[in-house]
Design a protein around this ligand. Structure first.
Ligand SMILES: Nc1ncnc2c1ncn2[C@@H]1O[C@H](COP(=O)(O)OP(=O)(O)OP(=O)(O)O)[C@@H](O)[C@H]1O
Ligand SMILES: [Mg+2]
Length: 248
């Protein structure tokens, strides 16, 4: 179980403190799958970064299996079994895919090629490729997800795994994430995709840097649709009347 207790996050930007998260409380249980959804900029990736230790919370605690891990760095948290696949995976010039997978698998001699195959990447074509700009957006994204699968942590956070993934690979991706989930694993998928929201036990809606709703799909989905409608209506530059006539 991992819990975020009374988390707030402020970041220093141009010598100013920018509030990103506030009053955020969340628990993720072992054996369950969760989706974090919400508008762009609402704070979903920031939540993931706080869990992983990439951002240090300004106040509050991160508790993992009863232990306060809020002061630990990224590597220590990874050793304890927390893993994160980035929304925008970093590129590492000169590092072969094979080495990345080996590190993820704690330097096992036997690189798990199956994780690449599962994501539609032929190991023969990709193991020796380097993680630089020569890889397409969808390729690097799939390698990032494969790396998290190879690492096989107890807490897995996939940040918009569908981003940049083609239609043909999307169904496979959902299957791979679902099938690799175990009873002792916590899977959190940050996503805007209805198909992903459909496969989880619980949906958490993040808005304005905090949890605004959580529950199962039946409870949450109608409210999410209604709130998306409201946001669209209030953002319509042509005004309320034009919005009402919009043929959508
Ligand atoms: N390092 C940073 N410096 C400045 N602002 C930041 C930083 N990281 C996050 N933010 C801001 O915090 C807010 C939340 O960002 P975050 O990436 O968590 O949003 P998100 O919900 O993941 O959005 P998206 O759906 O677009 O991925 C945004 O307004 C973003 O600009
Ligand atoms: Mg994000």
């Amino acid at each position: 179980m991992i819990s975020l207790e009374n988390i707030s996050l402020e970041l220093d930007v141009d010598e100013q403190k920018i509030p990103i998260l506030h009053d955020l409380n969340l628990q993720f249980e072992a054996g369950k799958m969760y989706a974090l959804t919400g508008p762009n900029g609402s704070g979903k990736s920031s939540v993931a970064r706080v869990v992983m230790g990439i951002y240090k919370q300004t106040t509050g605690r991160v508790i993992y299996n009863g232990q306060d891990v809020g002061e630990l760095g990224i590597t220590e948290r990874a050793r304890k079994g927390i893993g994160y696949a980035f929304q925008h995976p970093p590129r590492f010039k000169g590092m072969p895919v094979k080495d990345m997978l080996e590190i993820a698998m704690k330097h096992s001699d036997q690189v798990n090629c199956q994780v690449l195959r599962d994501l539609g990447l032929c190991p023969e074509d990709y193991l020796e490729r380097t993680l630089d700009n020569s890889l397409s957006g969808g390729e690097i994204k799939r390698i990032e997800i494969a790396t998290l699968l190879a690492q096989n942590p107890k807490v897995r956070i996939f940040d918009e795994p569908e981003a940049g993934i083609d239609l043909w690979s999307f169904e496979r991706l959902i299957d791979v994430i679902g099938n690799s989930h175990r009873e002792d694993t916590t899977t959190v998928v940050i996503s805007h995709q209805e198909k992903i929201l459909n496969m989880v036990d619980e949906i958490v809606l993040i808005q304005d840097g905090t949890v605004s709703m959580r529950g199962n799909r039946e409870e949450i989905w109608p409210q999410i649709k209604a709130s998306a409608e409201c946001a669209c209506r209030s953002n319509c530059r042509l005004g309320e009347e034009a919005y009402a006539e919009c043929p959508r």
